[in-house]
Design a protein around this ligand. Structure first.
Ligand code: PMP
Length: 373
């Protein structure tokens, strides 16, 4: 069975598993304990993972806060900024094609007296830079939160331009980078204006249940202040309490190290796979299919394809014995996709759409399976 649902999750790499195992077995110490070697070893392992995560993202190690994943990071940053700066304004700007962990958090804030602007997107799901500028000039928000790459279409937003505008107007900017880590170069040290970033390890061959919230420093070199989501023992610079999941953090660190070392070859492989898959599909199905995704400025290895006149749920079920694909986001497969609705597809078009999401671990020969369908 060929797994083509890597935007939903990825398989833990063998090296990642090997790195994690000691921290599930003999090295079980709590990194917040002191003086004895089990605690010290756990702390050192967390420090190494933090360095690897920071290296992959191009930020400083003390800007990396470990969380349980991107859902928590998104909740933490949006609620944390909204609450901490509530005296300075209650307007947040996001887009209609964000992940539910952003949209539902924003709806929660709306129920609690905040104003949220949900930006429209173009036919590939990108926000307009001009529109952001206009909103900032007319009703200055506290926070702009926009995804870097879309989980259903793969389209990349113009993040560096948007971040620069936010910086110029002194508006905090957060990006949900969950889908692009390991597939697109991220170097926060070169990107002026990204104050916060979220990601999850399981999208780049790390374990589930661990992620990062990057909280950058301000012009004075001090961490940007936000209200914690989880109060308690004061782990993670007093801003995210809870005993650290050392095994998961070690796994994330190993996955980050591998993603960094292999970034160029992984991107090349994803591009090769994507172009082979799209040409096989075009040759085989001709005008019976239509690609919803753009073919440039996108996450490599993500294709969103309409199979005209065919119900996507039926197709996914019929394909299940040979390949794993999805109708879109795994998080909202029972509801019609809000992303495909936002780009203007009809109900019939979105009910016939399938997402193929590739991984560099797939070989070109694996895709020959499509020739036998
Ligand atoms: N943001 C995006 C863009 C995602 O694709 C996902 C996962 N589908 C998340 C956030 C949430 O990640 P997690 O489920 O690991 O918390």
């Amino acid at each position: 069975m060929l797994y083509l649902d890597n935007s939903a999750t990825t398989q833990v790499l063998p090296e990642v598993k090997e790195a994690m195992l000691p921290y599930l077995l003999e090295e079980f110490g709590n990194p917040s304990s002191k003086y004895y070697s089990l605690a010290q070893n756990a702390k050192e392992a967390v420090d190494t993972a933090r360095k690897n995560a920071a290296h992959l993202l191009g930020c400083e190690t003390d800007e990396v806060i470990f969380t349980s994943g991107a859902t928590e990071s998104n909740n933490f940053i949006i609620k944390g900024v909204a609450h901490y700066y509530r005296g300075q304004g209650k307007h947040i700007v996001t887009s209609k094609t964000e992940h539910p962990s952003i949209l539902e958090t924003c709806r929660y804030l709306e129920d609690n007296g905040y104003k949220v602007t949900y930006l429209d997107v173009d036919s590939f799901g990108r926000v307009s830079v001009q529109q952001i500028l206009e909103i900032i000039q007319s009703d200055k928000p506290t926070l702009v939160s926009l995804m870097w790459g879309n989980n259903e279409l793969g389209s990349l937003n113009l993040i560096s331009e948007i971040a620069a505008i936010c910086k110029e107007h002194k508006v905090f900017f957060h990006t949900d980078a969950t889908q692009i880590v390991g597939k697109v170069t991220i170097d926060l040290s070169q990107l002026n204006g990204i104050d916060f970033l979220s990601c999850s390890a399981h999208k780049f061959h790390g374990p589930k249940g661990v992620g990062v919230a990057v909280i950058r420093k301000d012009e004075l070199g001090l961490p940007i202040q936000i209200t914690p989501l989880l109060h308690g023992g004061g782990q993670e610079r007093d801003i995210r309490s809870g005993t650290l999941a050392v095994h998961n953090i070690v796994g994330m660190g190993k996955a980050a190290e591998l993603a960094y070392n292999n970034l160029t070859s992984n991107i090349e492989q994803l591009n090769l796979l994507e172009s082979k898959l799209s040409s096989i599909l075009t040759k085989k199905f001709g005008d019976k299919i239509r690609f919803n995704n753009d073919d440039s400025n996108k996450i490599p290895g993500v294709l969103s394809v309409q199979f005209k006149g065919i119900n996507n749920e039926v197709l996914v079920r019929n394909l299940a014995s040979v390949m794993a694909v999805s109708t879109g986001s795994a998080c909202s497969s029972s509801k019609p996709s809000h992303v495909l609705q936002a780009i203007g597809l009809s109900m019939e078009e979105l009910r016939s759409t399938i997402r193929f999401s590739l991984s560099p671990t797939i070989s070109l020969a694996d895709l020959d399976i499509f020739n036998s369908l």
